[in-house]
Ligand binder design. Structure first.
Ligand code: BG6
Length: 484
């Protein structure tokens, strides 16, 4: 019996994330039996809603997932709503009463998950009241789940963390990075540590370079208000990309659990070479912003952006993890909006054989590709004999794509992360020290960029970014392997 007992209190219960991700994920956990009778959800937000209205909203958010009305109704009967102002102590008192009532009613053993799906500026205050108003229990677990962004630079992240840690110890803070819930991102460890051929070669003696692409076809959409204060470096590099870098370059953990894995990830991020001078930064990082084309608006013409906005919608960079196994391996990264395709993939480019005895000029380097999105799978590029008279080599691909059935059963990132939080497994959540080293790296670049306005816009929608991104690799005699 997998049934978990817990009370979820969701701050930001009327929001987009709750509707799009959290409620459907909770429902899937319900369908799978992880949640059955012994759970309840309190949604809070400023609006005045009745339980009934809230349940209808939740039901609407899962409408594509249920076959029977009865099942859906049973599920939503566990949901309760409470209007709430984060600064009003009275509201926490009401919340505490409701929480204790539900705890009794559903036999939840004092287990509580507090999900903060709202602006980070409230995180500190909410954590404090949860503690002082005794919404945190003393007879079950209390876990705080936090959405990004965790600060907007190292200094603000440190302040936020100090506030939170007064009320919630590090072990009970679950910082979400939804990329860590993705199937193929989790697969990195299986590939690296479950295969002797890769574990033996996974170092600077055999890997020539690594390329990480997180491209998006969409523009900034409705989120310019936030994006104008962030930019691609904060939005994608500080979290998702550096997390991927850590998973790719960390040393093997001594066992596969959250403590050991995160220890190695922290070391990898600590070993990130931090660029300090403007010259170093300009040499290794480039930025872009999309122009308009036809019906498509340029970033500066989008709603809620400044007409001379200096915010980057594209970043490419070269970074190094200076540990024993990875020093000297360039790790090229790029991410951006309004690019040619929506793709997340990792290319591990191996070194060429020491000598080419075939004298074939076309021999390509071995490459392992981890496809994360849109199609999950793996591809290994190797050289083999061409089926023709004479003797020539050609590159062939050994590839594995998850089949349709597997693909359909791949749990959503949020579903996996919520289950992990219920089980108390922090493997796929970022530790404070990871956040700390990531900001340290990003801040150095941000600082220089903020002082030097860029010549924007500099790339067209539907491309793979500005020319300077290709030049970055060309300087090293390399090129982006993925070129749609
Ligand atoms: C989010 C960013 O963290 O990730 C968004 O804030 C971005 O700007 C999104 O679009 C991409 O996530 P995914 O899962 O669609 O690749």
């Amino acid at each position: 019996n997998n049934e978990q007992k817990a009370l979820f209190i969701i701050f930001g219960g009327t929001g987009d994330l709750a509707k799009r991700k959290l409620y459907p994920s909770l429902f899937r956990l319900y369908q799978k039996g992880y949640l059955q009778n012994k759970f309840a959800v309190i949604g809070t937000a400023r609006r005045e809603w009745s339980d009934e209205h809230y349940r209808n909203v939740v039901k609407e958010s899962i409408k594509d997932l249920y076959l029977s009305e009865k099942v859906a109704d049973d599920f939503v009967s566990h949901f309760y709503y409470q209007a709430h102002h984060v600064s009003d102590v009275e509201h926490y008192k009401t919340l505490q009463k409701l929480a204790d009532e539900l705890d009794k009613k559903y036999a939840l053993c004092g287990n509580r998950l507090f999900y903060l799906a709202m602006s980070p500026r409230f995180f500190g205050e909410i954590s404090r009241y949860l503690k002082t108003e005794n919404i945190v229990t003393d007879h079950g677990y209390n876990r705080l789940i936090i959405e990004k962004p965790f600060g907007r630079d190292l200094a603000s992240a440190q302040i936020l963390n100090k506030e939170i840690e007064k009320y919630f110890p590090e072990e009970s803070v679950f910082r979400i990075d939804h990329y860590l819930g993705k199937e193929m991102i989790q697969n990195i460890s299986a590939i690296r540590f479950g295969n002797n051929i890769f574990s033996a070669l996974w170092n600077n003696r055999y890997i020539d370079n690594i390329q990480i692409t997180l491209s998006e076809a969409l523009g900034v959409e409705e989120r310019a208000g936030y994006y104008e204060t962030a930019g691609a470096l904060r939005d994608m590099v500080q979290n998702h990309i550096l997390q991927i870098v850590a998973l790719l370059t960390m040393n093997a953990p001594i066992s596969f659990n959250d403590v050991d894995i995160r220890r190695e990830k922290i070391s990898a991020l600590k070993a990130l070479k931090v660029y300090s001078t403007p010259e170093e930064i300009n040499e290794n990082f480039v930025r872009g912003q999309y122009a308009g084309l036809g019906d498509m608006k340029g970033y500066r013409e989008e709603k809620d952006t400044a007409e001379d906005s200096n915010i980057e919608t594209f970043v490419a960079g070269k970074l190094y993890v200076d540990n024993m196994n990875f020093s000297d391996v360039p790790i090229y990264i790029r991410t951006g909006k309004r690019m040619a395709v929506k793709t997340t993939r990792i290319d591990i480019v191996f070194k060429q054989v020491p000598t080419n005895i075939f004298k074939d000029s076309g021999m390509q380097a071995n490459m392992l590709t981890i496809n994360v999105d849109p199609q999950e799978g793996l591809n290994l590029r190797i050289n083999a004999k061409e089926v023709k008279p004479g003797f020539h080599t050609e590159s062939i691909n050994l590839s594995h794509l998850h089949d349709i059935e597997t693909k359909e059963n791949i749990p959503e990132a949020y579903e996996k992360l919520l289950l992990d939080a219920l089980l108390g497994d922090a493997t796929n959540f970022t530790h404070w020290e990871e956040v700390n080293y990531s900001w340290r790296f990003v801040d150095a670049i941000r600082h220089v960029w903020d002082l030097e306005p860029a010549d924007f816009p500099n790339y067209l929608p539907g491309t793979m970014g500005p020319k300077c991104s290709d030049e970055l690799l060309a300087k090293d005699g390399n090129h982006w392997e993925f070129n749609p």
